[in-house]
Design a protein around this ligand. Structure first.
Ligand code: MN
Ligand code: MN
Length: 401
């Protein structure tokens, strides 16, 4: 069977399994996104909700020279089973070496500085891109890539992986691999004398350090061979998806950035007192990173379980799929939060729009209140509510209430 035919055969087989799941073997692989809800998760089955906050920037991480990587996986934040994240800083001349991730796709947002990446795909197509603050990249699972700081100032970016069990320090690095293959095998592989591999690193380099990269990317050894889909998206260069009195939202998913099939990214700018209203995501977990400001995040987990956490700059929050939540700027300055959802198509249901989707008599019966009260409720989605001079929301049962 030729390569092309084999690929077509596999595609057809995959399509078939999507349409007709095998009896008794329904799995997430078969395209049933709700499957994971059927697996009881002991961590979320207790009387209380576990913490959903981790102080990422206060953690130690891996430091080499002036570069670091700090991670939040299930190890640091046990609730975050669906998504892991990394904060990475590279000093000028530093490169996160050529590597791939066996078990996760990588999505990134540039906070500061400039970054150059190269990425290879299974067709041998390679793309080199330069990124500025507010830009995003997406590398599908297993595609080999490198990241390097551009220019003479450091860069800082946030990486989001669609697997909470994925560790940035368990990646497949090129130096680690080549350093463990016997020289005769390397010589045969590349058609070179064994001496060509003398002095190669024998352990993982992780952060390589060298000269500043050229201002313009140099031609790859194979020449330019760009992929069909780009890995780069200039998120904050575009107008926001929504502008409200209480804040703004930018969003990118596969509908505008087709290669990003497993991750949606969102940036919220919330004014002081601004509230991303009570809502949930039917198809995705949510991973949060505070770029600037002070946030109160609330979580509702059924069975009367409710929890609030205060997130400051550099902290991470996590909301399991389907759990109710809200984000409120409780500081005195504007707040910016980066959000990653592990779905390629964004979906949410806001509490205000749910209520607006019901008639007065249903609402009156549900709450045992007169229908006239619900006349005063919003007729459409609030999404981001402004500060209204009222006292900040307190949890039910708070002694201050
Ligand atoms: Mn990577
Ligand atoms: Mn959300």
């Amino acid at each position: 069977m030729s390569g092309v035919h084999r690929r077509n055969f596999l595609t057809a087989a995959t399509a078939g399994s999507l349409a007709v799941p095998l009896a008794g073997s329904r799995s997430a692989e078969a395209g049933d996104e709700s499957f994971s809800n059927n697996v009881p998760d002991p961590l979320l089955a207790g009387k209380e909700l576990p913490t959903f906050k981790f102080e990422l920037e206060k953690s130690e991480g891996k430091v080499i020279g002036g570069s670091y990587g700090k991670e939040a996986t299930v190890e640091q934040l046990p609730i975050s089973k669906g998504i892991a994240g990394v904060s990475m800083r590279l000093e000028p001349g530093a490169m996160r070496e050529l590597h791939w991730h066996a078990t996760a796709a990588e999505w990134a947002f540039i906070v500061e500085g400039r970054v150059r990446t190269t990425v290879i795909d299974p067709d041998g197509a390679a793309e080199t891109n330069d990124f500025n603050p507010g830009d995003v990249w997406y590398f599908p699972r297993g595609h080999g890539h490198m990241l390097e700081c551009l220019g003479d100032r450091p860069c800082h970016f946030i990486l989001i992986f669609d697997n909470g069990y994925f560790s940035e320090f368990g990646t497949f690095s090129i130096s680690d691999w080549i350093g463990h293959v016997p020289r005769p095998l390397l010589a045969k592989n590349f058609g070179l004398p064994e001496s060509a591999f003398e002095g190669f690193p024998t352990e993982e380099v992780y952060f390589a350090r060298g000269k500043l990269p050229p201002a313009e990317p140099a031609r790859p050894l194979q020449g330019w061979k760009p992929p069909a889909l780009t890995h780069k998206y200039e998120l904050l260069k575009r107008p926001p998806n929504g502008v409200f009195k209480g804040g703004r939202e930018w969003r990118v998913d596969s509908t505008t950035f087709p290669i990003s099939r497993t991750i949606t990214g969102v940036v919220f700018d919330l004014e002081p007192g601004g509230l991303r209203e009570l809502h949930w995501h039917p198809t995705a977990d949510e991973w949060q990173y505070v770029i600037e400001g002070e946030l109160s995040v609330t979580l509702f987990g059924s069975h009367g379980r409710y929890r609030a956490e205060r997130l400051s700059k550099g902290d991470v929050g996590y909301i399991p799929q389907g759990y109710g939540h809200s984000l409120e700027n409780v500081g005195t300055k504007p707040c910016r939060v980066l959000i990653g959802l592990n779905a390629g198509v964004y979906a949410k249901i806001d509490l205000s729009e749910w209520i607006a989707g019901n008639p007065l008599d249903v609402l009156a019966t549900n709450f045992g209140k007169p229908a006239s009260l619900f006349e005063r409720f919003p007729r459409r989605d609030v999404f981001i509510a402004p500060n209204d001079d009222a006292a900040p929301a307190r949890p039910v049962g708070s002694p201050d209430r």
